[in-house]
Structure formats: structure tokens, C-alpha cells
Design a protein around this ligand. Structure first.
Ligand code: PDD
Length: 289
């Protein structure tokens, strides 16, 4: 973070001055949801999609949205307008708020805590596109409501750390014999020329980047499908990618210390990363949202 202001409950103020109660249910129970939204040269990337997912997450934890879409837009736009020339990643969090006492059951009337901050966002390292990166597979130990973008991320934290411990960048999570997604990213494979990603369900986060990649695949006529990816298919894939708003498309060239496909980022990745870069450029020029 730099000296910019953050947003907390209706106010813009320095990060050091932003305070919440220790009774906040976000702190006590992880009773809260979040979004991460890139902003390219001051333009929020696919904001309507992020606000729709925010609404779905709130609905999933039985909360009303404390702000209208218009209020979200103007608050977030004001946040990123502090650094209009810089690409930024906006983090926002809504907790159920602070009650007088600690009780798992949901209290009746609470004011939500709403927090947002922006941090610099840098283009992916070009070495990634050249060499790819490594991932490991792990048992998906998370709960069954992974479609909710909850801040209760302890399982994801431990899974990501296990990847880091073994020198990999991400863990690909296996549930009931199928590869679902990464600890903080969605999963695509290319097999026999077909681009495949698991269908949306309560076992994975409906990624905004994932949806954009599918949109680009449709628009540019790439053979693709949304279907389950078995662990065996993952291991024999020609290409593996992991996607997220902040990391964009990461080609995985080593899985569990074994080479993926040809061992370098594949041709379908090259094509899609160019389409993605073109789309981003159009956003920067205000030609697309
Ligand atoms: N994480 N799956 C999980 C479990 C994630 O945490 C994320 C993103 C994604 C990709 O979603 P999107 O394309 O909307 O970024 C998939 C964010 C970036 C994070 O937790 O910081």
C-alpha cells in the first residue's frame, strides 16, 4: 500500500486510521465475503460481473447487500481515481458486522462492515509466458460452498502454503477423483485440441477470468467445453492453465514435478493469452468493459 486512502463504512481515510471492532464477526468467525477487482488505468475490469458475484456471495451467507450497485461503483471508482495512471487491484470485503456478544447464530439487526482498498497491480512476469510455472495436486479439503467468495480461507491458505513449501506456485485441488480448481485460481486444460474447464458448481468459485476466457473462446471459435476433468485427464493434458483476476492466465508446465505436455507453454495458451492481452488493451482505451 502507499499513502492512499482506504474506504471503511462510508469514509475515506488513511489505512493506519482504519479500525474495526474485535467483536466484528468477520474477525471472530470469518463471517464475511470479498471480491478482488483489477483496475487498468483507472478502469474497473468487468465490474458488473464482480458486483453480481458479490450479490450472490451475500445471498449465499444470508446477507442483504449494504450498498446499491451505483454506490459500489462510485465508491470503487473514487478509490482507484487516486492513481489513475497505475494498474491496481481493488480488494473489498463485507462482514456481517459487530454484535455485543460472541454467538455463532446470526444476530437480528447488525450493520455490515464494508472495507475496500487498492494496491498496485503489475503485469505478469514475462518469464511465466516463456517458461510456465509449476503446480502440485492436493486433496480438496475445503467445505462444500466454494462458490461463495468467503474470507474463511484457512483451507486455501494451508493448501497454497503446501504448494510453496514444495517449490510450486499453486495447488490444484482434487475432489472425488476430479480436478476442481486451484487454491486461489480456476483451472483449464487443453486435451486433443479442446479447451476444457470444470462446470460451475458449489465446488468451485465462478471466476470472472474463467468466464472471460470462455467468452473469448466462443468469440474466436476455439473448441471448448465445460465438463469434469478427471485426475487422469489432468495428468495427461497437453496444456494446463490457472486463471485469476490478478494473475491472469498462468501456464503450468510442471505438475507434481513431472513435465506437462511439451514442457513449455502450449499453442492454445499462446493464442488465448494474446486474446486476453488484446481485450485488456481495449479496456484501457475505454472501448470495452
Ligand atoms: N482469488 N478460485 C479461487 C478459489 C479463487 O480464490 C480465485 C481468485 C479464483 C479466480 O477468480 P477470479 O478470476 O474472479 O479472480 C478461482 C482472488 C484473486 C484472491 O483470493 O485474491
Amino acid at each position: 500500500m502507499n499513502d492512499d486512502n482506504v474506504y471503511l463504512n462510508g469514509e475515506f481515510l488513511p489505512l493506519q486510521e482504519a479500525r474495526i471492532s474485535v467483536m466484528d464477526r468477520g474477525f471472530l468467525f470469518g463471517d464475511s465475503i470479498y471480491e478482488v477487482i483489477p483496475a487498468y488505468t483507472g478502469r474497473l475490469f468487468r465490474l458488473p460481473h464482480h458486483l453480481e458475484r458479490l450479490n450472490n456471495s451475500l445471498h449465499g451467507i444470508r446477507m442483504q447487500n449494504p450498498m446499491s450497485d451505483g454506490e459500489w461503483s462510485s465508491m470503487l471508482e473514487r478509490l482507484v481515481a487516486q492513481n489513475p495512471q497505475q494498474d491496481q487491484s481493488v480488494y473489498l470485503q463485507v462482514t456481517r458486522g459487530a454484535a455485543g456478544r460472541r454467538d455463532h447464530a446470526i444476530p437480528d439487526a447488525l450493520d455490515a462492515t464494508v472495507f475496500a482498498m487498492a494496491a498496485p497491480l503489475y503485469d505478469p512476469d514475462p518469464a511465466l509466458a516463456r517458461d510456465g510455472t509449476s503446480a502440485i495436486t492436493l486433496d480438496d479439503i475445503r467445505w462444500r460452498l466454494c462458490n461463495i467468495k468467503s474470507t474463511a480461507l484457512l483451507a486455501n491458505v494451508l493448501l497454497k502454503q503446501q504448494a510453496k513449501d514444495s517449490g510450486a506456485i499453486e495447488s490444484i485441488l482434487i475432489r472425488d477423483g476430479n480436478a476442481m480448481e486451484g487454491a486461489a485460481s480456476n483451472l483449464f486444460i487443453v486435451s486433443a485440441g479442446e479447451l476444457i474447464t470444470p462446470p460451475k458448481s458449489n465446488f468451485l468459485l465462478p471466476g470472472i477470468t474463467r468466464d472471460l476466457i470462455l467468452e473469448l473462446a466462443v468469440k474466436h471459435g476455439l473448441t471448448h467445453s465445460e465438463r469434469n476433468i478427471t485426475e487422469a485427464e489432468l495428468r495427461s493434458a497437453d496444456e494446463i492453465w490457472l486463471t485469476s483476476s490478478t494473475k491472469e492466465i498462468m501456464p503450468v508446465t510442471t505438475l507434481d514435478h513431472t513435465q506437462v505436455g511439451s514442457g513449455t507453454p502450449g499453442p492454445v495458451y499462446q493464442q488465448m493469452s494474446q486474446l486476453y492481452a488484446d481485450y485488456k488493451e481495449r479496456i484501457k482505451q475505454g472501448l470495452e468493459q
